[in-house]
Design a protein around this ligand. Structure first.
Ligand SMILES: Cc1cc2nc3c(=O)[nH]c(=O)nc-3n(C[C@H](O)[C@H](O)[C@H](O)COP(=O)(O)OP(=O)(O)OC[C@H]3O[C@@H](n4cnc5c(N)ncnc54)[C@H](O)[C@@H]3O)c2cc1C
Length: 479
């Protein structure tokens, strides 16, 4: 739970005129768009991670790039740290404010500025909700592919900052593959334009550098994104297995057979049970694992590939394989998968949502190790994950008021990441490093690797005020 530490003060030696920072910010965005009551500060002090909140000094709600630029210029002049905020669904603590810093929340900058189907792009403000963009595109026969399970609430700005993934990223790529250009307010307050409408621009690919930078290199105020034609047909299949190892092996074999489904998602027995108990979606209770396969493309193509999928699943001892007969049936199967994170809340009050990737052919052995680690630490884990990407999400449930259990959860988390690294994987697939895994970065990268990675941050944000003290190990810096 976030701890409210009392109304925070910023620098005592500030040279701001009378009224201080709040008055100056109010001049930029209007008094009603600067929040600084204790309740507001507490609301914005934390994100969806398990880490305690840190109270900001205040929250500003700008309405334009010019206002964001003016706010950042003021922060820069005064050496006040700031953090951008979409919907605060970040799981790695990346949206937790710097102490006594300013939160720049993008909820008012939520306009879809342009949709250009001929050019296959849209221009949006950062506070546009992912699903709102999808809903605006659907009647035109288009979609914005990145589909994090949080798509009903997370923003395009937050998706870009975290380089979000989702089920459909297996076939179509993660968010970075769908961001063509950025208007970025740099930590100095200057406005930079990176990338744009063309397919390729000369020079360094700074758009790609800033997508996934977790809001540490500047604030995105406008994004040009790729939009993708909706497929002619979609087929959702559910294969039931009595072993999660068989389900995971089927994933590699489907891809090895030359079939790239739009999605390959696995839920294990614990997850199936909680999802069923909450919603009665009709997942079979005898299943140890279900594999959700979605194929999309031309009808003829699906007629050709779907028998291949069935054959591969059978060869991995699938007990049952069914294809959703209607769009409603398909939507129901998806609702179960998307609701899985929420459904596990039935088990215990808290949940540590882990995120790591492994080469997909290593999934069977890694899943067995994840389950061993959790049972050794006497913890309940639900595995629900983007299997096609080798992106694991062990959901470890616990009660944060039980200090001993909390300690075991954190130890199990480190051990799971060690396994991911040992088999050639990574400590995060999509949720970012934030504060959660900043020290674990040193498990994955050498000091030299980290020093190179730090260079853009030091060049673009020499005062270290833009979402500071995130991503990089604090221990390496000697902090
Ligand atoms: C139930 C649940 C399911 C989830 N499922 C997925 C999933 O399937 N895939 C996935 O990838 N993630 C998932 N997430 C994590 C989270 O939803 C994503 O990281 C999402 O992209 C964050 O968007 P947001 O708008 O909430 O951003 P926030 O949480 O507000 O911010 C995230 C980061 O982006 C920065 N930021 C926000 N806006 C800007 C901006 N305009 N410019 C610069 N930096 C900015 C913030 O400073 C912060 O560091 C899930 C989270 C929850 C709670």
């Amino acid at each position: 739970m976030p701890q409210f530490l009392g109304k925070a003060r910023f620098r005592e030696d500030s040279d701001l005129p009378e009224g201080g920072l709040i008055a100056e910010l109010e001049k930029i965005v209007g008094a009603e768009h600067v929040l600084h009551s204790e309740a507001d500060i507490m609301l914005y002090s934390s994100d969806a991670s398990i880490f305690p909140g840190v109270p900001p000094c205040c929250v500003v709600l700008p309405d334009s790039s010019a206002q964001v630029s003016a706010v950042v210029k003021l922060c820069n002049k005064q050496g006040i740290p700031f953090v951008g905020r979409g919907s605060g669904t970040n799981i790695s603590g990346g949206a937790i404010p710097p102490e006594s810093g300013v939160v720049v929340a993008f909820s008012r900058m939520n306009r879809i500025l342009e949709i250009d189907t001929a050019g296959q792009r849209a221009v949006v403000e950062p506070g546009v909700i992912n699903l709102d963009l999808k809903n605006a595109l659907e009647p035109l026969g288009y979609t914005f592919v990145p589909d994090p399970a949080s798509h009903q609430v997370s923003t395009i700005g937050g998706n870009a900052a975290e380089n979000a993934g989702g089920p459909h990223c297996l076939k179509y790529g993660i968010t970075t593959n769908h961001v063509l250009g950025l208007e970025l307010v740099l930590p100095s307050g200057e406005i930079a334009h990176l990338g744009g409408e063309a397919n390729d621009y000369p020079g360094y690919d700074l758009t790609a550098l800033c997508v996934g930078a977790e809001g540490t290199l500047g604030l995105a105020t406008r994004l040009t994104v790729r939009i993708t034609r909706l497929p002619e047909e979609t087929r959702t299949m559910l294969a039931v297995f009595d072993s999660i190892v068989d389900a995971a092996s089927a994933v590699s074999s489907i891809i090895a057979a030359g079939i790239i489904p739009a999605t390959l998602e696995i839920m294990d027995r614990n997850t199936i049970m909680v999802v069923e108990a909450k919603h009665s979606f009709g997942y079979p209770s005898r299943a140890e694992a279900v594999l959700m396969i979605e194929l999309d493309g031309l009808k003829e193509e699906l007629n050709r590939t779907s028998p291949g999928v069935v054959e591969v699943c059978r060869s991995h001892r699938a007990l049952d394989i069914k294809t959703a007969a209607t769009q409603e049936e398909s939507a129901l199967l998806w609702a179960g998968r998307r609701g899985a994170f929420g459904a596990v809340a039935r088990l215990k009050p808290d949940c540590y949502i882990m995120d790591g990737t492994v080469p997909r052919q290593k999934l069977p052995e890694v899943l067995a190790e994840v389950n061993d680690i959790c049972s050794r630490h006497r913890l309940t884990v639900c595995n629900v994950f983007h299997a096609g990407d080798g992106n694991l999400h062990p959901l470890i449930v616990f009660d944060s008021s039980d200090e001993d259990e909390k300690g075991r959860v954190l130890r199990a988390g480190i051990e799971i990441l060690e396994v991911c690294i040992r088999v050639g994987g990574s400590i995060t697939g999509e949720h970012g490093v934030g504060i959660e895994k900043q020290n674990e970065m040193a498990m994955l990268f050498s000091p030299d690797d980290l020093a190179i990675m730090r260079m853009p941050k030091e060049a673009m944000d020499p005062k270290d005020i833009c979402n500071p003290r995130k991503i990089f190990p604090l221990l390496v810096r000697g902090v």
